[in-house]
Design a protein around this ligand. Sequence first.
Ligand SMILES: Nc1ncnc2c1ncn2[C@@H]1O[C@H](COP(=O)(O)OP(=O)(O)OP(=O)(O)O)[C@@H](O)[C@H]1O
Ligand SMILES: [Mg+2]
Length: 474
Amino acid sequence: MVQEHIPFQLQDHLAALAARLHALLSPYATITIDDKSSHYFSRCEAFFAVEAYLGASPCAANARRLRADLAEGADRMALAVDDHEAVADDFRGATMWWRKTKALPSANVITWSPRNAERRSYRLTFHRRHRALVENAYLPHVLAEGRAVTVRNRQRRLFTNNPSADWSAYDDARVWSHVKLEHPSTFATLAMDPVRKQEIIDDLDMFRDGKEYYASVGKAWKRGYLLFGPPGTGKSTMIAAMANFLDYDVYDLELTAVKSNTELRRLFIETTGKSIIVIEDIDCSIDLTGKRKKKKKDKKKKKMTPPWARDDDEEKKVTLSGLLNFIDGLWSACGGERIIIFTTNHKEKLDPALIRRGRMDMHIEMSYCCFESFKVLAKNYLGVEQHELFGEIRRLLEEADMSPADVAENLMPRSKTKDVDACLERLVKALHEAKEAALSKAAAAAAAAGKKKADEEIKDDSDKDPKDMKERFC
Ligand SMILES: Nc1ncnc2c1ncn2[C@@H]1O[C@H](COP(=O)(O)OP(=O)(O)OP(=O)(O)O)[C@@H](O)[C@H]1O
Ligand SMILES: [Mg+2]
């Protein structure tokens, strides 16, 4: 009724007057935490931290109205205080009152995005004499506890970037969509050289607990891994094992769907901490080589071209320098606790700037199956640690190249009654075939090389003086 009969400007004026009067008379102070951050880039993390804190805090037990929500994949419901409900929290002898409020948009405002429709906030009320306590101790405590509860309750997620056409027009559109991350791979099931595996585990451990160390040496808290090697050697499997080991989310960045460096930056900003950002097959994703060197020349050319004749398409693409900044520029330091992984089958095709230390700190070669890797696979797939065929398999693996994916496929039982002998014999047969194929390939290559050399010799000879030739043959 008030809204309908009192003019809009007067309403505002009256509200301000009432607030001033209340502040003058009341011994209490309030702090409001909105669900929408005023900052363009950051999310309303404080709001969600308060929500998580209050949901898990004993003070929520006194609330009469709660809201239950089943988070994706979780097996129990998470409780949160309902709209307009108030709870009291005791902190070091001081009482803090929380109230959740909801404001509908003014009738004069037309919203076109459903996410703008209503604003929720938490209002904290406390006695003025506790102001320092609230600022210096209580709010940091709420934030830390809320974050810890969120981490405990969260279901790990696998994100993929949405095509830019879906979100470029909307300010608050989601740039990533996600599913539950459920890959079963772990370091125990990953087949590779055990010494190298331990090195990687130690490195990840050091990274996870290295917040202070990174700050003390003045380095952004991030680490890059380059996984390279032939197809089927376990690069993607390794990423899943890393994510499971660290308990991180995975952002699988499809670079070909990103249209510009600005989009790439926004995608990066929208990732959260405790995450692994992956670009698979980096050499195929985009033509990255040489673009940085070309840039100066292009700028010169562009200056000389009149604006109407310029091809702005170039500016819309992700460039090598954009990607370099993404990994190791100023923006890459925002947030922290991020791992960036590139995978490739052809390390030699990549620009050295892209994989230098500091960007890709650790280069991990995933190679063909060795005997140690085979033993892990045999244990995983067949549950055997010893067998009379192991000796022959060890010898064959030294002579023939076979990827762990192929070894695993041969070891996979074909029926429910696990016939270990049959599976190992199948592997031995496949290894013999691989060895023979490699031998005949090598023979064909040697023959081709011999023929090429002979052709070159004939060509050289034909270029010589016919008199010399005659002397040589007579
Ligand atoms: N090192 C390994 N340890 C355990 N399993 C492996 C390993 N390598 C491959 N595999 C098995 O082979 C399958 C294919 O492996 P993966 O996708 O990780 O290979 P990749 O190196 O990523 O190949 P590509 O280069 O083609 O992407 C996996 O699903 C896994 O079952
Ligand atoms: Mg892969």
